[in-house]
Design a protein around this ligand. Structure first.
Ligand SMILES: *Cc1c(COP(=O)(O)O)cnc(C)c1O
Length: 362
């Protein structure tokens, strides 16, 4: 084979032919509101403590494979009587989801989700050879138990994922609906609560159902509310047996000692790191009011982002915003765009740019 062989000249797995790497554009623009990051970095004091923990961490020895100290701290953060044996942690919730599908998905097996939803699920499914099927949400992007149970009856999935607050719509599925689903199925149900801390009622969480249902998995991340996207830490809470299944499939030493150390310091300072969540929630609520005033529809959101539109040509709007230094996300239903709640200055820059764009395209 020639050294300048191209991707389409390689004996790729057939399902990978023509695939592009995951790609929210990472562009160097002044106002980046495209991937739902928390715009406030941890304080200098927390960063100093992280540096100290890193410098004390072990480099020449393998890390704790079980990440016991971190899982204990995560259990403490979540509450609900959870203990380390009911928590699993990995490099971002995308690795947590991959572990779940390696354990419960795979060839001949099916993952079911409810669209529009997170664009990574089909990739986790593809990479674990799991069939991916979707059912639509209602017109206002909600989900009821009858819809979920009917979809389970139709597709007999091995894993179901319910995202609440859902990305990219921001809509929630109540704990009552999830309880009704769990009462009606033995299928593994993953509730992806990546944005739970931003919800108007973060205490209304599927964690409350864990004592009742062994097939429930609640997935969380430190990437969003905790402002730790750069460190890559996601985790789940579930029955100890589900954690054991993840332990079987994970690569040995998957979570570096340094990642564990950073996350442990962050959890010791949870109150401070989560301090800006209230402000971001208020910014989100402000967007829900401001966007209609500017003349666009917005979907009621419980997350740190909003879906707005519809536009005849959303790519054109995306491009015009980008030209003004504002990066939003082209995702979700046709015609809609998603914007993350930023700092007051970033959010104002977005409003100003959008007002100009709407004037231009009128
Ligand atoms: C951002 C996000 C995550 C978190 O992903 P990480 O890999 O932990 O950064 C998980 N689920 C949804 C729906 C998300 O939007």
């Amino acid at each position: 084979m020639r050294p300048d062989v191209r991707l389409d000249g390689l004996p790729l797995r057939p399902e990978l032919v023509g695939e592009e790497p995951y790609g929210a554009p990472q562009l160097e623009v002044p106002v980046r509101l495209n991937v739902n990051e928390n715009p406030y970095p941890p304080s200098a004091q927390v960063r100093d403590e992280i540096c100290a923990a890193l410098s004390a961490s072990t480099l020449n020895r393998y890390p704790d494979r079980e990440a016991t100290a971190l899982r204990t701290a995560l259990a403490g953060y979540l509450g609900h009587g959870l203990t380390a044996d009911r928590i699993w942690a990995a490099n971002g919730s995308n690795e947590v989801m991959t572990h779940l599908l390696q354990a419960f998905g795979g060839p001949g097996r099916t993952l079911l989700s409810f669209t529009p939803t997170y664009s990574m699920y089909p990739e986790y499914a593809r990479d674990t050879h799991t069939r991916y099927v979707t059912m639509p949400r209602s017109a206002d992007f909600h989900l009821d138990a009858a819809t979920v149970l009917a979809a389970i009856a139709e597709h007999t999935p091995d894993v179901v994922v319910i995202t609440t607050p859902n990305n990219p719509t921001g809509t929630t599925t109540s704990v009552d609906v999830i309880a009704e689903v769990l009462a009606g199925t033995e299928t593994i149900v993953v509730v992806d609560e990546a944005y739970q801390e931003f919800a108007r009622h973060p205490e209304r969480t599927a964690l409350a159902l864990l004592d009742q249902y062994g097939n429930l998995v609640v997935s969380r991340t430190m990437s969003k509310a905790f402002a730790l996207a750069g460190a890559r830490v996601g985790y789940l809470a579930a029955a100890p047996a589900i954690v054991d299944a993840c332990r079987v499939v994970r690569l040995p030493y998957h979570l570096s000692a340094q990642t564990q150390a950073i996350a442990e310091v962050a959890l010791r300072h949870a109150a401070e790191l989560l301090e800006k969540v209230d402000e971001l929630r208020a910014t989100r609520d402000g967007m829900l009011l401001r966007l209609p005033q500017l003349g666009v529809e917005v979907i009621d959101s419980d997350a740190n982002f909003c879906l707005f539109g519809p536009f005849a040509d959303r790519h054109d709007v995306w491009q015009r915003l980008l030209r003004r230094g504002v990066l939003v996300r082209e995702t979700g239903p046709d015609g809609w765009l998603r914007v993350t709640a930023g700092t007051p200055a970033e959010t104002q820059a977005f409003y100003d740019a959008l007002a100009e764009v709407l004037e231009e395209i009128r």
